[in-house]
Design a protein around this ligand. Structure first.
Ligand code: SF4
Length: 360
Protein backbone atom coordinates (compact mmCIF):
# COMPACT_ATOMS: atom_id res chain seq x y z
CA UNK A 1 0.00 0.00 0.00
CA UNK A 2 1.50 3.32 -1.08
CA UNK A 3 1.31 6.25 1.31
CA UNK A 4 0.99 9.30 -0.86
CA UNK A 5 2.76 12.57 -0.19
CA UNK A 6 0.42 15.20 1.26
CA UNK A 7 -0.21 17.92 -1.28
CA UNK A 8 -2.51 20.84 -1.92
CA UNK A 9 -5.33 20.22 -4.35
CA UNK A 10 -5.97 22.19 -7.50
CA UNK A 11 -9.11 21.98 -9.59
CA UNK A 12 -8.67 21.49 -13.33
CA UNK A 13 -12.10 21.91 -14.88
CA UNK A 14 -13.70 19.60 -12.30
CA UNK A 15 -10.81 17.12 -12.07
CA UNK A 16 -8.80 17.42 -8.86
CA UNK A 17 -5.02 17.12 -8.86
CA UNK A 18 -3.46 16.55 -5.46
CA UNK A 19 -4.98 16.31 -2.01
CA UNK A 20 -7.00 13.13 -1.61
CA UNK A 21 -7.92 12.86 -5.28
CA UNK A 22 -6.87 9.79 -7.29
CA UNK A 23 -3.76 10.09 -9.47
CA UNK A 24 -5.11 11.34 -12.79
CA UNK A 25 -3.94 10.38 -16.27
CA UNK A 26 -3.04 12.79 -19.01
CA UNK A 27 -1.95 12.67 -22.59
CA UNK A 28 -1.28 15.23 -25.29
CA UNK A 29 -2.84 15.57 -28.71
CA UNK A 30 -0.60 15.14 -31.74
CA UNK A 31 -2.96 17.07 -34.01
CA UNK A 32 -2.54 20.65 -35.14
CA UNK A 33 -4.75 22.33 -32.58
CA UNK A 34 -6.23 24.70 -35.16
CA UNK A 35 -7.59 21.63 -36.98
CA UNK A 36 -10.64 21.63 -34.76
CA UNK A 37 -12.30 18.44 -36.06
CA UNK A 38 -9.12 16.36 -35.83
CA UNK A 39 -8.32 17.69 -32.36
CA UNK A 40 -11.83 17.10 -31.03
CA UNK A 41 -11.71 13.57 -32.46
CA UNK A 42 -8.40 12.82 -30.77
CA UNK A 43 -9.39 14.37 -27.43
CA UNK A 44 -12.52 12.21 -27.44
CA UNK A 45 -10.51 9.09 -28.34
CA UNK A 46 -8.18 9.79 -25.42
CA UNK A 47 -11.10 10.37 -23.08
CA UNK A 48 -12.69 7.09 -24.22
CA UNK A 49 -9.39 5.31 -23.49
CA UNK A 50 -9.37 6.70 -19.93
CA UNK A 51 -7.67 10.12 -20.07
CA UNK A 52 -8.80 12.41 -17.27
CA UNK A 53 -7.16 15.51 -18.75
CA UNK A 54 -5.83 16.24 -22.26
CA UNK A 55 -3.18 18.78 -23.26
CA UNK A 56 -3.00 20.55 -26.59
CA UNK A 57 -0.13 22.54 -28.08
CA UNK A 58 -0.74 26.24 -28.65
CA UNK A 59 2.17 27.45 -30.79
CA UNK A 60 0.25 30.01 -32.90
CA UNK A 61 -2.60 32.47 -32.54
CA UNK A 62 -4.79 30.32 -34.82
CA UNK A 63 -4.39 27.47 -32.27
CA UNK A 64 -5.48 29.69 -29.39
CA UNK A 65 -8.40 30.86 -31.54
CA UNK A 66 -9.57 27.24 -31.94
CA UNK A 67 -9.64 26.45 -28.22
CA UNK A 68 -13.13 27.73 -27.43
CA UNK A 69 -14.67 25.60 -30.22
CA UNK A 70 -12.71 22.52 -29.14
CA UNK A 71 -13.57 23.01 -25.48
CA UNK A 72 -17.27 23.16 -26.33
CA UNK A 73 -17.13 19.76 -28.04
CA UNK A 74 -15.24 17.69 -25.47
CA UNK A 75 -16.01 16.59 -21.94
CA UNK A 76 -12.50 16.30 -20.43
CA UNK A 77 -10.58 19.33 -19.14
CA UNK A 78 -8.08 20.81 -21.58
CA UNK A 79 -4.60 22.12 -20.87
CA UNK A 80 -2.94 24.69 -23.13
CA UNK A 81 0.76 24.02 -23.61
CA UNK A 82 2.53 27.35 -23.97
CA UNK A 83 6.10 28.10 -24.92
CA UNK A 84 7.75 31.49 -25.46
CA UNK A 85 4.63 33.65 -25.86
CA UNK A 86 2.75 35.03 -22.88
CA UNK A 87 0.22 36.46 -25.35
CA UNK A 88 -0.79 32.92 -26.34
CA UNK A 89 -1.28 32.11 -22.66
CA UNK A 90 -3.57 35.12 -22.26
CA UNK A 91 -5.53 34.15 -25.38
CA UNK A 92 -5.90 30.56 -24.11
CA UNK A 93 -7.23 31.78 -20.78
CA UNK A 94 -9.69 34.01 -22.61
CA UNK A 95 -10.81 31.00 -24.70
CA UNK A 96 -11.81 29.08 -21.57
CA UNK A 97 -8.94 26.63 -21.18
CA UNK A 98 -8.91 24.65 -17.90
CA UNK A 99 -5.19 24.77 -17.13
CA UNK A 100 -1.98 26.23 -18.50
CA UNK A 101 1.41 24.61 -18.81
CA UNK A 102 4.20 27.19 -18.77
CA UNK A 103 7.84 26.33 -19.26
CA UNK A 104 10.05 28.43 -16.99
CA UNK A 105 12.88 27.93 -19.49
CA UNK A 106 11.30 30.01 -22.20
CA UNK A 107 9.10 32.81 -20.88
CA UNK A 108 11.84 34.57 -19.02
CA UNK A 109 10.35 38.03 -18.43
CA UNK A 110 8.83 37.96 -14.92
CA UNK A 111 6.61 40.92 -15.86
CA UNK A 112 4.96 38.87 -18.63
CA UNK A 113 4.59 35.86 -16.36
CA UNK A 114 2.89 38.08 -13.75
CA UNK A 115 0.40 39.26 -16.36
CA UNK A 116 -0.51 35.65 -17.18
CA UNK A 117 -0.73 34.72 -13.51
CA UNK A 118 -3.14 37.56 -12.75
CA UNK A 119 -5.40 36.52 -15.64
CA UNK A 120 -5.28 32.85 -14.56
CA UNK A 121 -6.01 33.83 -10.97
CA UNK A 122 -9.10 35.79 -11.99
CA UNK A 123 -10.47 32.70 -13.80
CA UNK A 124 -9.20 30.19 -11.22
CA UNK A 125 -7.14 28.38 -13.83
CA UNK A 126 -4.24 26.33 -12.41
CA UNK A 127 -0.78 26.63 -13.90
CA UNK A 128 1.72 23.81 -14.27
CA UNK A 129 5.28 24.99 -13.95
CA UNK A 130 6.80 22.47 -16.29
CA UNK A 131 10.59 22.54 -16.09
CA UNK A 132 12.33 20.39 -18.67
CA UNK A 133 16.02 19.46 -18.85
CA UNK A 134 16.06 20.15 -22.58
CA UNK A 135 14.96 23.77 -22.25
CA UNK A 136 16.72 24.76 -19.04
CA UNK A 137 18.29 28.24 -19.06
CA UNK A 138 21.87 26.95 -18.76
CA UNK A 139 23.30 30.49 -18.66
CA UNK A 140 21.47 30.97 -15.36
CA UNK A 141 21.25 27.48 -13.85
CA UNK A 142 24.20 25.66 -15.39
CA UNK A 143 24.07 22.24 -17.08
CA UNK A 144 20.91 20.20 -16.52
CA UNK A 145 21.01 18.33 -13.23
CA UNK A 146 18.38 17.68 -10.55
CA UNK A 147 19.36 20.75 -8.52
CA UNK A 148 19.25 23.02 -11.59
CA UNK A 149 15.79 21.75 -12.58
CA UNK A 150 14.52 22.38 -9.08
CA UNK A 151 16.02 25.90 -8.91
CA UNK A 152 14.55 26.80 -12.30
CA UNK A 153 11.06 25.61 -11.36
CA UNK A 154 11.25 27.23 -7.92
CA UNK A 155 12.18 30.62 -9.36
CA UNK A 156 9.01 30.53 -11.45
CA UNK A 157 6.94 29.19 -8.56
CA UNK A 158 8.10 32.17 -6.47
CA UNK A 159 6.93 34.59 -9.18
CA UNK A 160 3.49 32.96 -9.06
CA UNK A 161 3.43 33.01 -5.26
CA UNK A 162 4.38 36.70 -5.23
CA UNK A 163 1.10 37.30 -7.04
CA UNK A 164 -0.76 35.36 -4.33
CA UNK A 165 -1.24 32.46 -6.77
CA UNK A 166 -1.08 28.93 -5.37
CA UNK A 167 -3.02 26.81 -7.89
CA UNK A 168 0.28 25.34 -8.98
CA UNK A 169 1.31 21.93 -10.29
CA UNK A 170 5.00 21.18 -10.77
CA UNK A 171 6.84 18.91 -13.18
CA UNK A 172 10.60 18.39 -13.46
CA UNK A 173 11.09 16.20 -16.48
CA UNK A 174 14.20 14.75 -18.01
CA UNK A 175 15.08 11.69 -20.11
CA UNK A 176 17.44 10.58 -17.35
CA UNK A 177 15.44 8.40 -14.94
CA UNK A 178 17.64 8.67 -11.80
CA UNK A 179 18.04 12.44 -12.30
CA UNK A 180 14.29 12.90 -12.70
CA UNK A 181 13.56 10.93 -9.55
CA UNK A 182 16.14 12.93 -7.64
CA UNK A 183 14.72 16.25 -8.86
CA UNK A 184 11.20 15.37 -7.72
CA UNK A 185 12.55 14.04 -4.42
CA UNK A 186 14.40 17.31 -3.77
CA UNK A 187 11.35 19.38 -4.69
CA UNK A 188 9.13 17.30 -2.40
CA UNK A 189 11.27 18.47 0.53
CA UNK A 190 10.58 22.11 -0.31
CA UNK A 191 6.95 22.54 -1.44
CA UNK A 192 3.57 20.88 -1.00
CA UNK A 193 2.29 21.59 -4.51
CA UNK A 194 1.03 18.55 -6.43
CA UNK A 195 3.36 16.88 -8.92
CA UNK A 196 2.78 16.01 -12.56
CA UNK A 197 5.07 13.03 -13.18
CA UNK A 198 6.71 12.08 -16.43
CA UNK A 199 9.91 11.01 -18.13
CA UNK A 200 10.33 13.23 -21.12
CA UNK A 201 11.18 12.00 -24.62
CA UNK A 202 11.02 8.45 -23.28
CA UNK A 203 11.01 6.98 -26.79
CA UNK A 204 9.13 4.45 -28.90
CA UNK A 205 6.36 2.29 -27.52
CA UNK A 206 8.53 -0.53 -26.15
CA UNK A 207 11.48 1.52 -24.87
CA UNK A 208 9.32 4.40 -23.69
CA UNK A 209 6.98 2.11 -21.79
CA UNK A 210 9.90 0.60 -19.89
CA UNK A 211 11.66 3.91 -19.23
CA UNK A 212 8.43 5.58 -18.11
CA UNK A 213 7.36 2.64 -15.97
CA UNK A 214 10.77 2.55 -14.26
CA UNK A 215 10.81 6.28 -13.55
CA UNK A 216 7.16 7.01 -12.87
CA UNK A 217 6.72 3.69 -11.06
CA UNK A 218 9.63 4.45 -8.72
CA UNK A 219 8.25 7.90 -7.92
CA UNK A 220 4.74 6.56 -7.35
CA UNK A 221 6.19 3.94 -5.00
CA UNK A 222 7.88 6.78 -3.09
CA UNK A 223 4.45 8.34 -2.63
CA UNK A 224 4.98 11.14 -5.15
CA UNK A 225 2.71 11.97 -8.05
CA UNK A 226 -0.76 13.44 -8.38
CA UNK A 227 -1.14 13.29 -12.13
CA UNK A 228 1.04 11.72 -14.81
CA UNK A 229 1.75 11.54 -18.48
CA UNK A 230 3.60 8.67 -20.11
CA UNK A 231 5.42 10.25 -23.07
CA UNK A 232 5.64 7.87 -26.02
CA UNK A 233 6.56 8.22 -29.67
CA UNK A 234 3.34 6.43 -30.54
CA UNK A 235 -0.39 6.99 -30.83
CA UNK A 236 -1.25 8.99 -27.67
CA UNK A 237 -3.96 6.43 -26.88
CA UNK A 238 -1.03 4.11 -26.06
CA UNK A 239 0.12 6.64 -23.45
CA UNK A 240 -3.22 6.29 -21.69
CA UNK A 241 -3.19 2.50 -21.97
CA UNK A 242 0.31 2.30 -20.49
CA UNK A 243 -0.44 4.89 -17.79
CA UNK A 244 -3.65 3.14 -16.83
CA UNK A 245 -1.90 -0.23 -16.52
CA UNK A 246 0.90 1.38 -14.52
CA UNK A 247 -1.58 2.86 -12.05
CA UNK A 248 -3.30 -0.52 -11.77
CA UNK A 249 0.05 -2.22 -11.09
CA UNK A 250 0.76 0.28 -8.32
CA UNK A 251 -2.75 -0.28 -6.93
CA UNK A 252 -3.54 3.39 -7.45
CA UNK A 253 -6.37 2.75 -9.89
CA UNK A 254 -8.99 0.04 -9.90
CA UNK A 255 -11.36 -1.25 -12.47
CA UNK A 256 -11.41 -3.13 -15.70
CA UNK A 257 -10.13 -6.55 -16.55
CA UNK A 258 -6.54 -7.57 -15.85
CA UNK A 259 -5.11 -10.51 -17.76
CA UNK A 260 -2.73 -12.71 -15.82
CA UNK A 261 -0.74 -15.09 -18.02
CA UNK A 262 2.10 -17.44 -17.25
CA UNK A 263 5.31 -17.00 -19.28
CA UNK A 264 4.95 -20.63 -20.54
CA UNK A 265 7.75 -23.18 -20.44
CA UNK A 266 8.57 -26.68 -21.63
CA UNK A 267 5.51 -28.03 -19.79
CA UNK A 268 3.11 -25.78 -21.69
CA UNK A 269 0.43 -27.73 -23.52
CA UNK A 270 -1.37 -24.94 -25.38
CA UNK A 271 -0.32 -22.03 -27.60
CA UNK A 272 -0.17 -19.77 -24.57
CA UNK A 273 0.60 -16.49 -26.30
CA UNK A 274 -2.10 -16.88 -28.94
CA UNK A 275 -4.62 -17.98 -26.29
CA UNK A 276 -3.82 -15.05 -23.96
CA UNK A 277 -3.95 -12.58 -26.88
CA UNK A 278 -7.30 -14.02 -27.99
CA UNK A 279 -8.72 -13.73 -24.47
CA UNK A 280 -7.42 -10.16 -24.12
CA UNK A 281 -9.06 -9.13 -27.40
CA UNK A 282 -12.34 -10.90 -26.61
CA UNK A 283 -12.78 -9.36 -23.12
CA UNK A 284 -11.67 -5.81 -24.03
CA UNK A 285 -15.26 -4.66 -24.57
CA UNK A 286 -16.64 -6.10 -21.32
CA UNK A 287 -17.66 -3.50 -18.76
CA UNK A 288 -17.26 -4.31 -15.12
CA UNK A 289 -17.92 -2.25 -12.03
CA UNK A 290 -15.14 -3.97 -10.08
CA UNK A 291 -11.70 -5.17 -11.14
CA UNK A 292 -11.73 -8.70 -12.54
CA UNK A 293 -8.60 -10.84 -12.85
CA UNK A 294 -8.55 -13.36 -15.67
CA UNK A 295 -5.78 -15.99 -15.64
CA UNK A 296 -4.54 -17.88 -18.69
CA UNK A 297 -2.15 -20.65 -17.63
CA UNK A 298 -0.33 -23.12 -19.84
CA UNK A 299 -0.46 -26.45 -18.02
CA UNK A 300 -2.08 -28.48 -15.28
CA UNK A 301 1.03 -28.42 -13.04
CA UNK A 302 1.04 -24.85 -11.72
CA UNK A 303 -1.88 -23.61 -13.78
CA UNK A 304 -4.82 -24.68 -11.62
CA UNK A 305 -3.41 -22.90 -8.55
CA UNK A 306 -3.19 -19.55 -10.34
CA UNK A 307 -6.41 -20.08 -12.27
CA UNK A 308 -8.23 -20.81 -9.02
CA UNK A 309 -7.07 -17.59 -7.33
CA UNK A 310 -8.15 -15.40 -10.27
CA UNK A 311 -11.79 -14.39 -10.73
CA UNK A 312 -11.90 -16.50 -13.88
CA UNK A 313 -9.13 -18.85 -14.94
CA UNK A 314 -8.02 -21.35 -17.52
CA UNK A 315 -5.43 -24.06 -17.06
CA UNK A 316 -4.56 -25.53 -20.43
CA UNK A 317 -4.00 -29.27 -20.81
CA UNK A 318 -3.36 -31.63 -23.70
CA UNK A 319 -6.40 -31.03 -25.92
CA UNK A 320 -8.49 -29.71 -23.02
CA UNK A 321 -8.78 -26.72 -20.74
CA UNK A 322 -9.82 -26.60 -17.10
CA UNK A 323 -12.05 -23.62 -16.39
CA UNK A 324 -12.33 -21.95 -12.97
CA UNK A 325 -14.59 -19.18 -11.69
CA UNK A 326 -14.20 -17.60 -8.27
CA UNK A 327 -12.06 -20.51 -7.09
CA UNK A 328 -14.46 -23.25 -8.26
CA UNK A 329 -13.44 -25.76 -10.92
CA UNK A 330 -16.25 -25.67 -13.50
CA UNK A 331 -14.93 -28.60 -15.52
CA UNK A 332 -13.07 -29.45 -18.69
CA UNK A 333 -13.76 -28.13 -22.14
CA UNK A 334 -12.14 -29.07 -25.42
CA UNK A 335 -9.15 -26.98 -26.54
CA UNK A 336 -11.09 -25.35 -29.36
CA UNK A 337 -13.86 -24.23 -26.96
CA UNK A 338 -11.76 -23.03 -24.02
CA UNK A 339 -11.44 -19.36 -25.05
CA UNK A 340 -15.21 -19.18 -25.71
CA UNK A 341 -15.96 -20.71 -22.34
CA UNK A 342 -13.51 -18.46 -20.50
CA UNK A 343 -14.99 -15.34 -22.12
CA UNK A 344 -18.51 -16.57 -21.28
CA UNK A 345 -17.56 -16.84 -17.62
CA UNK A 346 -16.00 -13.35 -17.62
CA UNK A 347 -19.18 -11.95 -19.17
CA UNK A 348 -21.27 -13.74 -16.56
CA UNK A 349 -19.25 -12.41 -13.61
CA UNK A 350 -19.13 -8.89 -15.03
CA UNK A 351 -22.92 -8.92 -15.51
CA UNK A 352 -23.36 -10.15 -11.93
CA UNK A 353 -21.17 -7.32 -10.61
CA UNK A 354 -23.07 -4.73 -12.61
CA UNK A 355 -26.38 -6.22 -11.44
CA UNK A 356 -25.30 -6.14 -7.78
CA UNK A 357 -24.27 -2.51 -8.13
CA UNK A 358 -27.61 -1.65 -9.71
CA UNK A 359 -29.49 -3.39 -6.85
CA UNK A 360 -27.48 -1.73 -4.07
S1 SF4 B 1 1.89 -22.62 -15.55
FE1 SF4 B 1 2.77 -24.50 -16.42
S2 SF4 B 1 3.28 -23.88 -18.53
FE2 SF4 B 1 2.99 -22.00 -17.42
S3 SF4 B 1 5.05 -21.44 -16.77
FE3 SF4 B 1 4.09 -22.56 -15.07
S4 SF4 B 1 4.73 -24.69 -15.35
FE4 SF4 B 1 5.12 -23.62 -17.30
Amino acid sequence: MITRRKTRMVNVGGVGIGGETPVSLQSMCTTRTHDIDATVRQVNELAAAGADIVRVAVPHHKDAAALADIRAQVSVPLVADIHFSHTLALESIEAGIDKLRLNPGNIRDPGKIREVVRAAGERKIPIRVGANAGSLDVSKYGPPCPEALVRSALDEVRVLEDEGFHDIVISLKSFDVPATIEAYRLMAEIVDYPFHLGITEAGLLFEGTIRSSAGIGAMLAMGMGDTLRVSLTADPVEEIRVGSELLKCMELREGGITIVACPSCGRCEIDLQATAEAVKARVAHIETSRPLRVAVMGCVVNGPGEARTADVGLAGGAGVGLIFARGEALGRVSADAMVDELVLQVERLAAEELGQDADS
